[in-house]
Design a protein. Structure first.
Length: 256
């Protein structure tokens, strides 16, 4: 039996290479999301460091990094799943992966590493080799990081594994958004599942990003979008494969 779940897409500022400040900002958005009733909060690609590929090896975190502890504590305290982005050390490699850390309310911490890299990312990072799904209230939620969704094999495999929600962390520029939005809408329509996007709003890695956190329903139609690049949360409630409610929450407590 599937019960409804609420997912919060965090549209948050990121400071280049400043993990302490970024963690603090994440904690604010986690608390805000929990107060608004979210079961999951997801941040953009490499949200803990910024999309700084030339610094990825230097900034890479181990799976036991102390910086995951406050995120994990917040997940437990607020009974919410926290998904953030970071470069992650990889065994037997001098290069890190582009990863997501997943902190669960029971204290468990998991990781997913991006499987499909953009051109040029392989100079600084290596790819993962496994899809990542987790179950919440009967829903199977698949994680994707940016270029993953541009390769149909990723979403096809997620659907084969039983995904009924496709949750994407990304860095998308204003110029790139229309093309990427069409791809994401196509994934939703092809597999008849909601697709959710958490994107950057800060200039990072030389890219001027556009925000536009968006929710597509199982027919590939936009049912919620921030339509801007200011700090906010986009929340959506999903029951089965249907988006039953969506809302935009803006606030002015960013310290940056």
């Amino acid at each position: 039996m599937k019960k409804s779940i609420t997912i919060s897409l965090a549209q948050t500022p990121v400071v280049k290479a400043d993990i302490p400040k970024n963690v603090a900002q994440h904690l604010t958005f986690v608390q805000e999301s929990a107060t608004l009733g979210a079961d999951v909060v997801v941040f953009p690609e490499l949200s803990l460091t910024g999309y700084e590929l030339e610094l990825a090896q230097k900034l890479a975190l181990s799976s036991r990094s102390e910086w995951f502890q406050p995120l994990s504590r917040a997940a437990v305290e607020h009974n919410i799943i926290v998904i953030a982005g970071c470069p992650l050390e990889k065994a037997n490699s001098t290069k890190p992966t582009i990863a997501a850390v997943i902190c669960f309310p029971d204290g468990e911490v998991g990781f997913y590493s991006k499987q499909y890299l953009h051109d040029g990312e392989d100079e600084y990072c290596v790819s993962g080799d496994k899809n990542y799904l987790f179950n919440l209230n009967g829903h199977e939620i698949a994680l994707a990081i940016c270029a993953d969704f541009a390769n149909p094999a990723h979403s096809d495999k997620a659907a084969t594994l039983g995904a009924d929600i496709y949750l994407v962390s990304a860095l998308i520029s204003e110029k790139g958004y229309p093309v990427d939005a069409e791809i994401l809408a196509g994934i939703a329509n092809k597999h008849q599942i909601p697709v959710l996007l958490a994107n950057h709003i800060s200039q990072t890695g030389g890219w001027q990003t556009c925000g536009n956190n968006t929710v597509w329903n199982a027919q590939g139609r936009v049912v919620a979008s921030s339509q801007h690049n200011q700090p906010c949360l986009v929340l959506c409630t999903i029951a089965g494969r249907e988006v039953t409610e969506a809302r935009l929450v803006t606030f002015e407590h960013s310290s940056y």
